[in-house]
Design a protein around this ligand. Structure first.
Ligand SMILES: Cc1ncc(COP(=O)(O)O)c(C=O)c1O
Length: 150
């Protein structure tokens, strides 16, 4: 799905120089390059805060923790995703509600999502690769919190 090799070839010099600088300065955690990335991404996205993390799993866990969910709260999660998506839900004692995806698009199945929605106020949507689902959410103005991962 993603051709990392050709993407890397286009920015090879910059990537190599950046990695070498991190090694030379031995600033592996919260170093200058991480701060630079944080500030650049905040400016690019026009947001006040970007929180750099060591990996995607940590990012998902921190996002869920920031929402103050309690054990038993539900997180609607697609079947077509990476294990970390459900892993962090279970780790925090939350309940993953797994919904199927469409065979032809791999987007979350809208009807399955509708069946999974309950009046629970602390029900959250977690999307992975389901851009179509995100558009539906906005269209219907469903009042649920969303975590979208690419
Ligand atoms: C959709 C999705 N979420 C989370 C992760 C976890 O990211 P990481 O392996 O950096 O912890 C991945 C990894 O491939 C992913 O594809």
């Amino acid at each position: 799905m993603v051709d990392l090799k050709s993407q890397y070839e286009k920015i090879r010099e910059d990537v190599n120089a950046g990695i070498q600088e991190v090694i030379d300065t031995t600033t592996f955690i919260k170093g200058g390059k991480v701060n630079e990335f944080q500030k650049n991404l905040e400016a690019y996205l026009g947001v006040k805060h970007v929180i750099p993390t060591g990996n995607g799993t940590d990012a998902l866990q921190i996002a869920l923790m920031a929402l103050g969910l309690k054990p038993g709260d539900e997180v609607i999660t697609p079947t077509f995703t990476f294990i970390a998506t459900a892993e962090v839900v279970a780790l925090l004692g939350l309940t993953p509600v797994v919904v199927d995806v469409e065979e032809d698009t791999f987007n979350m199945d809208i009807e399955a999502v509708k069946r999974a929605i309950t009046p629970k106020p602390k029900q959250l949507f977690q999307f992975t690769y389901s851009v179509k689902m995100l558009i539906w959410m906005l269209f219907y103005n469903w009042q649920k919190k969303i975590i979208y991962t690419l």
